[in-house]
Design a protein around this ligand. Sequence first.
Ligand code: S3P
Length: 445
Amino acid sequence: MKALSQLSPALRGTVRAPGDKSISHRAMIFGAMAKGITTVDGLLEGDDIMATAQAMRDFGADIEKRDDGQWHVTGCGEAGFKTPSNKIDCGNAGTGVRLIMGAAAGYGVTATYIGDASLSSRPMGRVLNPLSEMGVKAVSQEGGRLPATLSVPDGLTAIDYTPPHASAQVKSCLLLAGLNAKGTTSVTEPTLTRDHTENMLRAFGAKVESQTRSVAGRDGQTVKIAGGQKLRATHIDVPGDPSSAAFIIVAALITPGSDVVVENVMMNPTRTGLFETLIEMGGFIRMDNYRTSGGEVIADISVKHSKLTGIVVPPQRAPSMIDEYPILAVASAFAKGRTVMDGINELRVKESDRIAATEALLVANGVEVSSTETGMTVIGGAGAEVRGGGLVTTHHDHRIAMSALILGLQASNPVSIDDASMIATSFPSFFDLMDGLGAKIELGS
Ligand code: S3P
């Protein structure tokens, strides 16, 4: 299914950010591990989360949506995960597969994991290597890719691990495995990555120790979890996803006359790097009504059309905005001067090679951009014409698809994308919500 976006009038209105994808995955997985019924409000009902929910059913949890919209997860508790009778299909979701591998390994079950073309091309060695050190036997495709079959011949033993990449998925996988390992598992990260696993494990009654420390001259942390702890069901209120709000916010910033409020956005500092960056670029972005919901701080964000100026984005900020570089690159195309993004080599192994895909997106639409192995520089036209007219290849990547459509809102010629179907993995309401604000985005055949 293709889609096209074109020059749009001022965007106006108040919308609610869709549920956070990271928290939604975790609510399904932790709920499935826990004893009792976990209730979840505001779940992101995207394809990625539905794949994780199905995987949890395959391992023995009971998951259903009630008529009032609340999700109920009856966890496996003491019995633990059962050996699934089918392959575990994680669809497009790196977070899903990496966290589930860790959780399931702790129960000693054998399972084969598969995914779509994008997920099957992504490196799993980053979790399979440390899991193997803990006692997992993994048979995977070349380079640790899916399909992969994991078994646990003799149970898991805790390890102390320092991941070579800043990755919340790796940290989370090992903490979940560590929950059912012999001994205390520790993960040391040189740069803080999103801490939802630590926070939510605590909400489910586990003891998790986080110690801030300087690692390689940076503000990192060591997280420790003792094996043998049991999770107890709880209630989760899923806050709005800052990574989805990012598309609405950039759309409003680049579209003259816009005045938009995005309600209920999670403000966890491990996730808000893009907002900080856009404010430094001169964007009018104001947070109001700070409150706490489901253990996370949330706020309503007001955003108005603004004249943006390019900046050098500090590389150490990358983990707190790792999914937002494609949409930042779009904002940068409308800014004055250069926006330099470095230290973002992790983008090469996301749903697509996001440095290459973003560069191609911009080039196809007449924006000047250059890249290195670890970074990208966009030369903005300061609001001068962005030509547009390109057909963007999305490579099964939802964030590339939405970024291209947002660029088209202020390009001189319509921008089209080859496939819009995967937008539903993280932001199923994208088309309706943008339409409600006045954006001209159409789904085609
Ligand atoms: C996520 C972690 C990040 C992020 C992904 C969600 C998570 O991946 O890109 O969209 O929920 O833990 P990495 O851990 O690979 O950086």
